[in-house]
Write a protein that binds this ligand. Structure first.
Ligand code: AMP
Ligand code: MN
Ligand code: MN
Length: 320
């Protein structure tokens, strides 16, 4: 039985604002555009705005991706503001102002670290993706081809193409129902997940080459510095997949990937295989995420950041 349905939050609602997290990934874009498309196609009397920072070029085939608003310049107060795939309000970026001024708010998410940031919260930590959560709050017969493309893309990205342990029987059943809408599922996987531009491959190769193993090969870390962004003319969207490749190194239990956001400031991505709960480590440093994939922002030298994380890893290994 369906526990929640989006239509129950739309009574007397004329304006909806929506957004995902800063540095939008596949699930963030998929869940946002999936719900946006569903609302536009089934609730045409409601005016909907979707806010996201710029998205990867490969996601632009999705319907309405050209309608995404990238700035928070306009002052607007929405009847309902919906956040998708956002685990904490500091992940809303500039769009937080719409969240704060809206008459009602709804958080749709799957992060274990999310304690409920909105007035209404639909959070399933055991679901693969925010896109999977979105699917379960829609009327199945009203999910059309365009909505299906977006939600499938989101699920593909957050499950690493159905291979991470967050993939469940329900995930596969929903993916099957989305495929039945006639979407080009193989192209979505190839063109948005596996395909890399030449420079994306270059930065991947360079980062792997410079990676360092420690703790008897159980941990691996690497870093992309600001000069490299300039040299390769890349954005953070071009770094997707690097930490996953580090994680699958034989013998590695925990992968740590950093990129420099400002002088002595880093975005940290953590991934683990079996024994380390990286969500705990990220939460300890003020971030969040899932047991096997989490992140946070850190200040200091690379040496300090790695040292601090190592201490937390060691604590967990000792607890066992
Ligand atoms: P990433 O390493 O950026 O791909 O993120 C891995 C997971 O951790 C995603 O589910 C993110 O939403 C979450 N995450 C990453 N960075 C943060 C942060 N600073 N605060 C809270 N959650 C984060
Ligand atoms: Mn995400
Ligand atoms: Mn997600």
């Amino acid at each position: 039985m369906q526990e929640y349905n989006i239509k129950n939050y739309l009574e007397n609602v004329k304006t909806v604002g929506m957004c995902g997290h800063i540095h939008p990934d596949g699930d963030c874009v998929g869940s946002c555009l999936g719900l946006y498309t569903y609302l536009k196609h089934n609730f045409s009397e409601i005016s909907v705005d979707l806010y996201l920072q710029p998205i990867a070029d490969s996601f632009h085939f999705l319907k309405y991706s050209d309608e995404i608003i990238h700035t928070a310049d306009e002052d607007k107060e929405y009847d309902l503001f919906i956040t998708l795939d956002v685990s904490a309000d500091d992940r809303l970026g500039d769009f937080v102002k719409y969240f704060q001024t809206a008459k009602n708010t709804l958080c749709i998410d799957h992060h274990i670290s999310n304690l409920g940031i909105a007035k209404n919260n639909i959070i399933y930590p055991d679901y693969s993706s925010a896109s999977e959560v979105v699917y379960t709050i829609l009327d199945e017969d009203k999910v059309d081809y365009d909505t299906a493309n977006a939600l499938y893309l989101g699920i593909v990205h957050d499950t690493g193409v159905f291979k991470y342990p967050n993939t469940s029987r329900q995930t596969m059943e929903i993916a099957g129902k989305l495929i039945a809408k006639g979407i080009p599922f193989n192209e979505i996987i190839d063109n948005t997940f596996y395909e890399k531009t030449y420079v994306q491959n270059q930065i991947l190769g360079r980062t792997l080459m410079e990676s360092v193993l420690f703790y008897d090969g159980m941990c691996i870390f690497s870093v992309v510095r600001r000069e490299e962004f300039e040299f390769y003319n890349i954005t953070t969207n071009d770094l997707d997949g690097i930490v996953e490749q580090m994680r699958v190194t034989k013998g590695v239990e925990c992968a740590i990937f950093l990129y420099e956001t400002a002088e002595l400031e880093y975005k940290v991505s953590l991934r683990s295989k079996k024994n380390i709960d990286v969500s705990k480590i990220a939460s300890y440093f003020g971030g969040g995420g899932h047991m096997r994939a989490a992140g946070f922002n850190a200040k200091g030298t690379v040496y300090d950041v790695i040292n601090n994380i190592s201490e937390q890893i060691e604590l967990q290994l000792k607890e066992e």
